[in-house]
Design a protein around this ligand. Structure first.
Ligand code: S3P
Length: 450
């Protein structure tokens, strides 16, 4: 959906201990890919634990528009009757990807080598984000793209009639760009090669292999070299979507900063390309443990246990870890506010082109609540005040960004005065049950009557 309804302002008040179990929803990245790869298979893919956030629902709707039959069986169980690689139909209408960069970029890749045209749009956040990073490599296949100035949506993509395979070195650490090229490579004859200097989340590679594509990954001096053989017949799968570490981050971080807390977050995907936040928190002195470590559906999974951690210390987050925690810097900056000393976050230019400019959005909101933040183009530092010393009392703009809204609501759980967020509506894109889940643990988040 290209816009959500009226703003939903909320206030988060300091609360007693957070306790209990937090059943967070399915992984957003894997949910998008399950629907898209299901649509590119021949036959029925069954998915359980799909994230039913608006971003993923928009991708489900898009897959229907390209000809797949997508059915919601209730309780997170979905099925997709795919049309096969190269089988996408031309959509009759504009594809609205709402707030989702992952949705639009992966779908552009998936249709780019079929002889069809599609026009894509999104909400004000998505329509401001750079798409040339995806359409540039897609043109190498023979695809054409016509959008607004600066490569922005709305944009029409005309798929290549006679696609050729490509070799492409991804210039920015982006799983979305890598995935778009790989999905386009599916319908090009021969071998498509993608090289990434820095490892980014590898769900597309793992899932393509699971769906029966011929794909190899080689670690070389130049980085990860991924080679995909085009025009496979993808075989439908049963997919159990693990729970999202990026959503788990919120109850985990809240537990670390609220006195007396002890929260279990079961069944969290801990793919090493996603788990950087948890490593960082432990380095800061967080009482965070992994219990019951196991493998589910090819992904490492564990139950997380997070307890109040009064002696957090600021650290330098290694820049080479950035890709594995790129969506978690906003909530990390909240934890850093309660640590002693500075937390430095470098090599994070990508934060400026997410659902919002996340450095700018967090810096403004943290400052409004008495926390000092310094920033540059690709870095920022937060000067922690120590537990119990963060003033709060400020109003924060969520900037159409779910993770910014949730981060500031977590902040208010441990500040001296309540923290207000102008619009918590965007939370529905990735974590629709955030409010009742956090309330169930003991959080005091209140909707403000306007
Ligand atoms: C995602 C990749 C990341 C991440 C986004 C989800 C994905 O973006 O920020 O929330 O599912 O591939 P980039 O690939 O642009 O870094």
């Amino acid at each position: 959906m290209s816009s959500h309804g009226a703003p939903i302002p909320m206030t988060s008040h300091a609360c007693g201990p957070l306790t209990g179990e937090a059943q967070v929803p399915g992984d957003k990245s894997i949910s998008h890919r399950s629907l898209i790869l299901g649509a590119l298979s021949v036959g029925e893919t069954r998915i359980s634990g799909l994230l039913e956030g608006q971003d993923v629902l928009d991708t489900a709707q898009a897959m229907r528009a390209f000809g797949a039959e997508v059915t919601d069986h209730g309780g997170g169980d979905w099925s997709v009757h795919g049309v096969g690689v190269g089988g996408f139909a031309e959509p009759e209408n504009v594809i609205d990807c709402g707030n989702s960069g992952t949705g639009v970029r992966l779908i552009m890749g998936a249709m780019a080598t079929s002889p069809i045209a599609a026009t894509f749009t999104g909400d004000a956040s998505l329509n401001g984000r750079p798409m040339a990073r995806v359409t540039d490599p897609l043109t190498l296949f023979g695809t054409q793209a016509f959008g607004r100035a600066g490569g922005r949506l709305p944009m029409t993509v005309i798929g290549a009639v006679h696609p050729v395979p490509v070799e492409y070195t991804v210039p920015v650490p982006s799983a979305q760009v890598k995935s778009a090229v790989l999905l386009a490579g599916l319908n090009a004859p021969g071998k498509t090669i993608v090289i990434e200097a820095e490892a980014t989340r590898d769900h597309t590679e793992r899932m393509l292999a699971g769906f029966g594509a011929e794909i190899t990954v080689e670690e070389t001096e130049a980085g990860r070299v991924i080679t995909l053989t085009g025009q496979p017949e993808l075989t439908p799968q049963r997919i159990d979507v693990p729970r999202d570490p990026s959503s788990a981050a919120f109850p985990v971080c809240a537990a670390l900063i609220v006195p007396g807390s002890d929260v279990r977050v079961p069944g969290i995907g801990l793919n090493p390309t996603r788990a950087g936040l948890f490593t960082t928190l432990r380095e800061m002195g967080a009482d965070l443990t992994y219990e019951n470590e196991r493998f589910e559906g090819g992904e490492p999974v564990a139950d997380l246990r997070a307890r109040f951690s009064p002696d957090l210390k600021g650290i330098e987050v290694p820049p080479e870890r950035a890709a594995s925690m790129i969506d978690e810097y906003p909530v990390l900056s909240v934890v850093a506010s309660f640590a002693r000393g500075q937390t430095g976050m470098r090599g994070v230019k990508e934060l400026r082109v997410k659902e919002s400019d996340r450095i700018d959005a967090m810096a403004k909101g943290l400052r409004a609540n008495g926390v000092s933040v310094d920033e540059g183009p690709d870095w920022w530092t937060v000067t922690g005040l120590g537990h119990g010393n963060v003033p709060g009392g400020g109003l924060c703009a969520s900037a159409l960004d779910h993770r910014i809204a949730m981060s500031f609501l977590v902040l208010g759980m441990a500040t001296q005065k309540p923290v207000r967020v102008d619009d918590a509506g965007p939370i529905a894109t990735s974590f629709p049950i955030f409010e009742p889940l956090m309330a169930g643990l003991g959080a005091q988040i209140k909707r403000i009557n306007r």
